[in-house]
Every structure is written in structure tokens, then in C-alpha cells.
Design a protein around this ligand. Structure first.
Ligand code: IMP
Length: 437
């Protein structure tokens, strides 16, 4: 299989890291194409813990890892992650990738505060400066990886940008930029020298590798419903976590989908979670944010604790809800998954009755289309559930050993979406995986 794209089918945090880890074993290349260090997962190998937010997860297996033009890179974070390894990481970063500077983080935080003050609820960003960095890219005032490593007037350019952002921070947001600009400019110039060796035309390298029949794994970050355009705008991230975006975010011609074999895998968590604000139709936390453990639903708390549903990047508790097939169908429409991987099925064990949303009720009318763009509509939708008897805690070595009710749960998803679930994750360990044909 020359290329596999791993996509988060819901709101991110579907457990993509584990699925990516499985596929990366056979991959020649593991590639990030969007987002930045707002993503994150932990990989444990032989007792050593690696925390990754930016580096493609294949780095742990010593694979060639590429960061494409659609990613935003925080160079300080990158250096930190590289230093975790006691071997030389095989890394390439596209010159067109944009760079996060400290003022992006500050603006991210101040803007969130302002939105919260005016509207009562902010987006709930990860405060990593992702939005402000993409914003500079689109305004054509950003600094790219190429600018960072070629070091032409870099310090002057950074100082000039800081002056402009200082005004925005102070005058627009009433904040302060308590940073020594000259020190930061020098630090970035030094980092640029260190990172120069990673400069790589990722677009060309991937295209020629596809031609050579190499196995390439595209590691999506976040999830489909966080897409800047097709998610629940404005409660979204600032990139395109969709499968189709690899064309522009890496720089590949549309013909690659005809010329080479691609497999698109939708990673679906057995229930719904969302970190940050925005509508979650099947929410069991009564729409509260931040989650108040005392008032939130018992089942939500059970799932949150058992599934460790706390943000990897921020530590925030995630809101929890039942699986939503209306949402999943929309996600499938956008990505046209070849197959699905179901994660965290084990977390649902011990719950007497499980529910899956198969439609919504809005003003008494049944709705089956997910209107991602209409947040008011979604907030006023009531889920129509199919109930399934729960299953007990189990161990299984193959699909036949999975409890009958768990199979029914899987069958309902397959039937409604019309796609096969081929991988089922039943525990946190690498080998807690069931393959189903
Ligand atoms: P940002 O990407 O930091 O700007 O945050 C925008 C929205 O996307 C917020 O609701 C975040 O909680 C959410 N988000 C960003 N990255 C992730 C992720 O990796 N998993 C889940 N949610 C995320």
C-alpha cells in the first residue's frame, strides 16, 4: 500500500496515535501535513515515555519523518521534542512551513480572554498560537521555515514584527509583551542554525517516493469536525484535518489519487468527546463547560475517568457524549473512508445500556443531515437514540471472542455508515488490538 491517510473522524482525540503507530511499522515515511503542537500523544516504548506534539509519531520507530507545508512549527517545541531521542532523528521540514513566534501564543491567550468577556464563551484553544500563526500566513506577514534557516536579516525581521505585534497586544487587547525582543530574535537565529539541516522540499520528496512505490503514512492531527471550513466554525482549529487537504498541504497533484493506491482510514472513538467549546449534540455533560464534576452526568464521569479523557496538550477535562452517527456520516461524506478503526471500545464496558444517535429531532422534526455550519441548529437538536444492551469487561484475541453486544454495537455503526470497521482497539496497550475482515 503506497499511501495511507489516518483521519480523526470526530473532534480529535480519537486515539489516532495508536492506529498511526500500528501503520508506521510498515511505513517508509510518516508525514504530518496540518496543525501544529496543538496536537499531542504519548508513546511508550520499552518503558520510555515520549511526548510528541509536533514530530510525526514514526520518529519513535526511527522512520523518515516529514513535516509538510501545511503545518505550523513552534521551533522551541521542536527542539524540545528532538532532544528526547538519543539517536539522530531522520527529519525533513518543508521551507514553506510557517513558524510560531512567542507573540502568537500571547495573542491567542489574550484574544480568548476577550472573546470570553464579550460572548461568555471562548473557543477554548490550546493557547499554542496556532490561529494567530495561520492568520499571519494568510495575511502574508508570516515567517517561514525557509526564512528561519536561511537567516537573512532574520533578527531584524523578527524585531520589526515584534514591534507591530506589541501594538496589537497593548492597544487591541490591553495586554503586555514582557519579552526581551532582542533576546528572542537572537534565540530564533540560533535555533534556525540548528534546524537548517532539516530543510527539505517535502512536496518533491513525497511525490518521488510515491513513484518509487514507497509506503507513506499521512498522520492527520485533530479531527474532521475541527476543520476550519467544514467543522463547527468558529469552534474549530485553523487548519484542514481532512484527507483531501494533503494535496494542498503537502503540495501534490490531484492525480496522485488515481495514479497511486491510497487508503483513507477514519479513526472513530466508540463515544464522543470534545475539548473546547461548541455544540456536542449527544453530550452527557449537560453542555457545561468547563466540566463541573459534581453536576455532570454519572455515565459521562465514568467514561471520562475510565477513558482518561483529559487533554494531552492542556490537561483539560473533555466533555463526553454518546456516539453520534449523524455526525459520523457527515465526516464520512467529507473523507469517504475506505475503512474505519474503532477505538476505546473497552471504555464502554460495564455500562448497562448504551446509546447511539441515529438522527436528531429539531422543533419536533426528524433530521438526519448534520449541519456543521449552523451551531444554533445543532444546539437545539435532541438526539434520537438506538439503545443497545451493554457488555462486560472482556479480553479477546480475535473478533469471535468479542461479546455479542459489543458486536451489535460495531454492526450498527457499519450498517449506518456503510463502511467496514477493520480495526478495533480494546485497551491502551500496543497489542490490545483486534483485526476484523
Ligand atoms: P487551537 O487549535 O489551539 O486553535 O484550538 C481550536 C480548537 O481546536 C479548540 O477547541 C481546541 O480544543 C481544539 N483542538 C486543537 N487541537 C486539538 C487536538 O489535538 N485534539 C482535540 N482538540 C483539539
Amino acid at each position: 500500500m503506497p499511501a495511507t491517510i489516518i483521519i480523526g473522524a470526530q473532534y480529535g482525540d480519537e486515539g489516532k496515535g495508536k492506529i498511526t503507530d500500528i501503520f508506521s511499522e510498515k511505513a517508509d515515511y510518516v508525514v504530518r501535513y496540518q496543525g501544529g503542537n496543538n496536537a499531542g500523544h504519548t508513546i511508550v516504548v520499552d518503558g520510555k515515555v515520549y511526548k510528541l506534539h509536533l514530530l510525526p509519531s514514526g520518529v519513535v520507530r526511527g522512520k523518515r519523518c516529514l513535516i509538510g507545508a501545511g503545518v505550523v512549527v513552534d521551533p522551541r517545541q521542536l527542539i524540545k521534542e528532538i532532544k528526547q531521542f538519543n539517536f539522530e532523528v531522520d527529519l525533513g521540514i518543508d521551507p514553506r512551513t510557517h513558524i510560531i513566534l512567542p507573540y502568537h501564543n500571547i495573542i491567542d491567550i489574550l484574544r480568548e480572554k476577550k472573546i470570553k468577556k464579550i460572548k461568555g464563551a471562548s473557543i477554548g484553544t490550546t493557547a499554542k498560537g496556532i490561529g494567530p500563526c495561520y492568520e499571519d500566513e494568510k495575511s502574508r506577514i508570516g515567517i517561514r521555515f525557509f526564512d528561519l534557516v536561511s537567516n537573512k536579516n532574520l533578527e531584524d525581521v523578527i524585531i520589526e514584527k515584534f514591534e507591530e505585534k506589541k501594538k496589537v497586544i497593548e492597544e487591541v487587547y490591553g495586554g503586555s509583551l514582557d519579552i526581551n525582543i532582542n533576546d528572542v530574535a537572537k534565540e530564533y537565529a540560533e535555533i534556525g542554525k540548528l534546524l537548517k539541516k532539516y530543510l527539505c522540499d517535502v512536496s518533491s520528496e513525497i511525490f518521488s517516493s510515491l513513484k518509487k512505490g514507497k509506503n507513506i503514512l499521512f498522520e492527520g492531527a485533530q479531527g474532521t469536525l475541527l476543520d476550519i471550513k467544514y467543522g463547527n466554525y468558529p469552534k474549530v482549529t485553523s487548519s484542514h484535518p481532512l484527507a483531501g487537504s494533503i494535496l494542498v498541504d503537502i503540495g501534490l497533484p490531484p492525480s496522485v489519487f488515481k495514479e497511486f493506491e491510497f487508503k483513507i482510514i477514519g479513526v472513530v472513538k466508540a463515544y464522543t468527546t470534545k475539548v473546547g467549546s461548541g455544540p456536542v449534540v449527544t453530550c452527557l455533560d449537560k453542555g457545561r463547560w468547563p466540566v463541573d464534576e459534581k453536576v455532570s452526568n454519572k455515565i459521562a464521569n465514568y467514561i471520562r475517568k475510565k477513558g482518561a479523557e483529559y487533554g494531552t496538550t492542556t490537561g483539560r477535562p473533555r466533555r463526553v457524549g454518546w456516539l453520534d452517527l449523524v455526525l459520523l456520516k457527515y465526516s464520512d461524506k467529507l473523507n469517504n473512508y475506505d475503512e474505519l478503526a474503532l477505538t476505546k471500545l473497552d471504555v464502554l464496558s460495564g455500562i448497562k445500556i448504551l446509546k447511539i444517535a441515529v438522527a436528531y429531532k429539531h422543533n419536533g422534526k426528524e433530521e438526519k443531515e448534520y449541519r456543521a455550519w449552523d451551531l444554533e441548529f445543532l444546539e437545539n437538536c435532541k438526539p434520537v437514540y438506538k439503545k443497545i444492551k451493554g457488555f462486560r469487561k472482556f479480553r479477546a484475541n480475535n473478533y469471535n471472542e468479542i461479546p455479542k453486544n459489543a458486536k451489535k454495537y460495531i454492526g450498527l455503526i457499519e450498517e449506518y455508515i456503510g463502511k467496514k470497521i477493520k480495526i478495533i482497539s480494546i485497551g491502551p496497550e500496543r497489542n490490545d488490538i483486534i483485526y476484523k475482515e
